[in-house]
Design a protein around this ligand. Sequence first.
Ligand SMILES: Nc1nc2c(ncn2[C@@H]2O[C@H](COP(=O)(O)OP(=O)(O)OP(=O)(O)O)[C@@H](O)[C@H]2O)c(=O)[nH]1
Length: 311
Amino acid sequence: MLDGLCDKIINRLNTGVLLLDRNFNILMWNRFLAVHANQHDEQVIGKNIFQVFPELPRKWLERKLSSVIQLKNQSFCGWEQRHHLFELAHSRPITTDSDFMAQNCTFLPIEEHGQVTQICILIEDVTDIYHYQTQLKKTLQELALSNRIDGLTQAFNRKHWEECLAAEFSRARRHHSSLALVMLDLDHFKLLNDTHGHQGGDKVLIETAKAINELLRMGDLFGRYGGEEFAVILPNTELSGAEEVAERIRQTIALKAVDYQGQNIGITVSLGVAVLAQQDKRYEDLISRADNALYKAKFSGRNRVSLADAS
Ligand SMILES: Nc1nc2c(ncn2[C@@H]2O[C@H](COP(=O)(O)OP(=O)(O)OP(=O)(O)O)[C@@H](O)[C@H]2O)c(=O)[nH]1
């Protein structure tokens, strides 16, 4: 009577139950598996597990099952390790990136007279967990990115850019390598805003940032320092190289026209360049020297590059 009751319970479980002999032949499976594998008992019972489920990673699973037999210990394989072992259709009303059910599989040794005679595999449907964890991970990645990126221009935001500069500054000092900084500011931007409106100004900021980004190398770090002020960290770059980059930015922007509501808006930028020097004790010292050079460029007529004094 108890046997009949156990059968009923096993067949109502929302978990797959599969019983194997020591040669990995299937002795029993429950309704959950029959439904999700879409096979009848006659096609399965008495057959080898690798014949019924050819998708199984044979070598890996044989090793796993053998160790369960030898060590008489239960073993586990979660969805984080392998999304699924058995290609079973999931029945969740959610879209995931897999057609198959995500699974947690437990391998239980069944002992008789001190010998493992059978192995019971429990297959738990964890598609929901997989789905929500994957979504959460994606959302966290997006959040981490939005914490680093300026929403308007897609350049690094000031906080993240300064963290990058702090890291590059200590790296350069530790390794006695060169480090350059270019600070740049759009010229007469207030007038541009007044003439074309704030949205016109925004479009110019977006296009300017895009154009600068396209000029830079991998490893250069481009950020929005303030309203219409940007900054570029150039690791392993000497003064002559940094001046060349700054001049290239100046020329590219000066030649560029931003199309806004059928009008071509021209813009120029002023730039200040500084390279890491002995007297820079903190990264802020380097910013301050590049900034002073930038204001020198502004006051000597704009649309030009100025180099910072080393002293
Ligand atoms: N459209 C737009 N304007 C901004 C943004 N951030 C700052 N500004 C504007 O940028 C202008 C900067 O003006 P100023 O600091 O006087 O500088 P400027 O007019 O560029 O003059 P110079 O730098 O001396 O050439 C201000 O009018 C700010 O309101 C932004 O995100 N979008």
